[in-house]
Design a binder for this molecule. Structure first.
Ligand code: AMP
Ligand code: MG
Length: 337
């Protein structure tokens, strides 16, 4: 199969392909999604096959507006209206209990709840409208690899396996959406993202809880997808604390490691190592934006023994950045002792 790259003037054609059951990757503000009509179980099955995604990991249903969730949702949490008004379109996925048989168990992993999001990307919202159906859209990468933040990343992983990719340049945020469970009495964050705990608490004036897995790694996560080792490049990644860079570099030199560096300009300016991916600036926003691109680039830059990566404090957006980085690093920090 030839994988076509679509520009915005080809939206009608891309929507037609989706209606015919084909897979088309789409841009969002977080990462690129692998789109299929959520109401065509055979197409949704293909999404799992193409990605190599475990079938117990349910998909997010992407909608063009809140109205589109209504045929599926059994009951909305009392905070829903306020949350949707404030955060949609945006990087916030909401979990609701659903009406029996309203969505295929292939989409929901057989759960009685489902995940919904309205992405903040004009072209993709138009694509959903033109398809006249919600779209499933897991990250458009091979399962276990860093999520794609450009159409080129999608092409690299899925060329020949999907009908097309709607290209809209690099995504803005760079990591997947926050997943907020609204199926119980109290809202719980199952996956941290750009809509942070702090932001939600400020807007909603209520305490937002974290899934116990986010507090203690060994606990079973409520979001099935969170249990998988995600986002891992082939080269081992070591996280380096701010104070430990000198020693990490010395350790690498002493042990003749070919080191790659993933960090902001202030850290990068101090060290000359083989391969480098420098974030746009020293902020956590820039680091989050560059995290997956950086991991991919360094992994392909052949021959590094280890990727040394910058850490951030685990609050606000830093919680999302560190959640993904820890998975890429299989929890490993450079240990100066
Ligand atoms: P992805 O599409 O790869 O960004 O992953 C979607 C995330 O949402 C995964 O971690 C899923 O396990 C999670 N998810 C989707 N539906 C549900 C649900 N009904 N309950 C809990 N987690 C869900
Ligand atoms: Mg994914």
């Amino acid at each position: 199969m030839e994988t076509k790259i679509f520009q915005s003037e080809e939206l009608d054609y891309a929507a037609k392909l989706l209606k015919n059951g084909e897979l088309v990757a789409f841009p969002t503000e977080t990462v690129y999604g692998l789109g299929a009509d959520a109401l065509l179980p055979e197409s949704v099955k293909q999404v799992f096959q193409v990605k190599g995604r475990p079938s117990d990991n349910p998909l997010i249903v992407h909608v063009a507006d809140f109205e589109m969730t209504k045929p599926f949702v059994e009951k909305y949490h009392p905070l829903t209206e306020k949350i949707v008004q404030y955060f949609w379109p945006g990087p916030l996925t909401l979990i609701f209990p659903i009406k029996k048989n309203s969505l295929s168990p292939i989409v929901t992993g057989g759960l009685s709840t489902a995940a919904f999001r309205m992405p903040d990307n004009k072209k993709t919202l138009e694509l959903i409208q033109k398809t006249e159906a919600p779209l499933v859209g897991p990250s458009a990468n091979t399962s276990g690899k860093p999520s794609p933040t450009t159409a080129e990343h999608v092409f690299h992983d899925l060329k020949g396996k999907i009908a097309g990719i709607l290209d809209d340049g690099a995504t803005q945020i760079g990591v997947e959406s926050t997943v907020l469970d609204l199926s119980g009495e109290t809202p719980v964050i199952l996956r941290p993202g750009a809509v942070t705990k702090e932001k939600l608490e400020k807007v909603l004036q209520t305490k937002i809880f974290l899934d116990k897995h986010l507090v203690k790694e060994s606990e079973t996560p409520k979001a099935p997808g969170m249990k998988y080792k995600h986002y891992a490049p082939d080269t081992p990644v070591l996280m380096v604390g701010d104070e430990d860079w000198d020693q990490a570099i010395k350790w690498g030199q002493k042990n003749r490691k070919r080191m790659a560096l993933l960090a902001g300009p202030s850290i990068a300016a101090k060290y000359q190592v083989a391969d480098r991916y420098v974030f746009m600036d020293d902020t956590v926003e820039a680091a989050t934006h560059g995290l997956y691109s950086g991991l991919r680039a360094l992994d392909e830059a052949d021959g590094s023994d280890v990727i040394l990566a910058q850490v951030f404090t685990e609050n606000e957006l830093g919680a999302a950045y560190m959640n993904r980085l820890k998975k890429a690093a299989a929890q490993n920090y450079f240990d100066k002792n």
